[in-house]
Ligand binder design. Sequence first.
Ligand SMILES: Cc1cc2nc3c(=O)[nH]c(=O)nc-3n(C[C@H](O)[C@H](O)[C@H](O)COP(=O)(O)OP(=O)(O)OC[C@H]3O[C@@H](n4cnc5c(N)ncnc54)[C@H](O)[C@@H]3O)c2cc1C
Length: 434
Amino acid sequence: MKPPAHAATNGWYNILPAPPRAQRVKGTVRVPWAVVGAGFTGLAAARTLAGHLPDQTIALVEAERVGFGTSGRNSGFVLESHFMPHRLPFPDLERAMAATRLCTGGRDILKSLVRRHRIACHWHDWGKLWVAGSRAGEEGILRQRQGNDALGIRHEVLGRDDVEALTGTRFYSAGLKVEGTALVNPAALCRGLADTLPANIALHEESPVLDHQQGRPHRLVTPEGEVVADGVILCTNVYSPSLGVARRAMAPLVLYASLTRPMTPDEAEAAGGDRHGFGLVPAARGGSTIQRTPDGRLLVRNTLAYGPAAASQPTRLESARFRHADSIRKRWPAIADIDIEHTWGGCVGITRNDGHLFGAIGDGLWASIGCNGAGISRGTMAGVLLADLVVGRDSELLRDQQRIPAPGWMPPEPLRGLISRSHLRQHAADIAER
Ligand SMILES: Cc1cc2nc3c(=O)[nH]c(=O)nc-3n(C[C@H](O)[C@H](O)[C@H](O)COP(=O)(O)OP(=O)(O)OC[C@H]3O[C@@H](n4cnc5c(N)ncnc54)[C@H](O)[C@@H]3O)c2cc1C
């Protein structure tokens, strides 16, 4: 595993204005604290630590531009809850409730930052709509209902006509509406968070940490210099093994997404549904996550691959784009030929047990690694709580976070890849709803 170098594009990022030139790490930067990785987790950890230690400088070191990495490549659902429906009834209900509180907590933090700093990221409190277009999907909706009931999450069951009124398509036979999730352009949100960091944070982008020499102090070696810090917080998620951390913890899975151009007013009329936007999550395995943005674009996410390199492979991107176009055609035939402007892949680190590496992992070394699918809100919350832990602040939410177990052991390569690819093949067989 190498540090990230996303050769391929990211649609959410592409539609933003070009950012000013990056401040790279050059020469020796000496700081008390360094946070590595400026995704949602690292942005939250750095911001919170800077608030706790206003007289100290915190270097936030990012391999790429903020918003270009996985945090800016996702479907943009700031989830208020998240659970694996195939693991019902919950083997540990307390843990599932703790995970829900962590999601909601992260969502609340982001919402208040977006409001306070007027971050332009198309934040839309629409909720999420679980959708089913097959028998597998309908079973998935039933499991979602069970899970939500167990967690005390209110939900509304919708039939085909209700779903059509919201989305404009009769593709789905059933839906389950859950309030509380917000929809965003995640790259814009990341950038807005970075632009509004406290003054005692020095953000260094385009500065991949190539080598981490542990000790007192730590040395983080980058292509043009080094950061020397007394304390280091790693928020590097799936790329952590390149720094010698979490080597047996995660399977690197690539998820693909596409973004269309904005619909014309005539197309928006023909497509129907809520013109202000909506967010659909598939109740069936292998289904499509879809966001209609407030400016009339469609974001479609489906198709998986193993290993970070797959995020940039042209043949894989082409085949994902083809599938995404087909998903749109099946749902909204009236706009079947709308142009897809961007297709990209993003790499996430999936742990076996929804586990999370969180806390002190060495002398002056801390980490928050592993967010299975809800990293916008869960990563934000974990980043905040890790900074709290570093300065010794306790809270109910910190105890919730500490209830989440460490990631289960995964076999080394090539076995890990073989097992994961075999799971993906089973997944791909389940394509009725793609
Ligand atoms: C297509 C897709 C759709 C998804 N949809 C959703 C969704 O709708 N909602 C949701 O909540 N989650 C979603 N996810 C998952 C979500 O994106 C992740 O859980 C989230 O990005 C995790 O955030 P993070 O900050 O922990 O890690 P990351 O976003 O991976 O951030 C880690 C950062 O560390 C940097 N880094 C790594 N190594 C180094 C190094 N050596 N030196 C310097 N910097 C380094 C990386 O460049 C990166 O910016 C989706 C993911 C994908 C790919």
